[in-house]
Design a protein. Structure first.
Length: 74
């Protein structure tokens, strides 16, 4: 299930292996628009933090609502 355009991912949507994009509502300009893959989930299932392996090789921790799921095949 993909969230609406421009809205962050809901906590229950977050799955390890999901392709994601850092949304424009995120906290840091340098991360916005970058893409990667969810590698770990942390915290309360209703309000998750997610480790994302970015396509450039860095790993960064984000709140679920800072990310947008990328549809398969996009």
């Amino acid at each position: 299930m993909v969230g609406e355009e421009g809205q962050g991912m809901r906590s229950e949507q977050a799955q390890i292996g999901a392709k994601v994009r850092v949304g424009y509502s995120g906290r840091c300009l340098e991360w916005r628009g970058l893409t990667g893959t969810v590698s770990r989930k942390w915290g309360n299932p209703e309000y998750l933090a997610l480790d994302v392996l970015l396509d450039d090789g860095r790993t960064q921790l984000f709140w679920h609502h800072e990310l947008e799921e990328i549809a398969q095949g996009a």
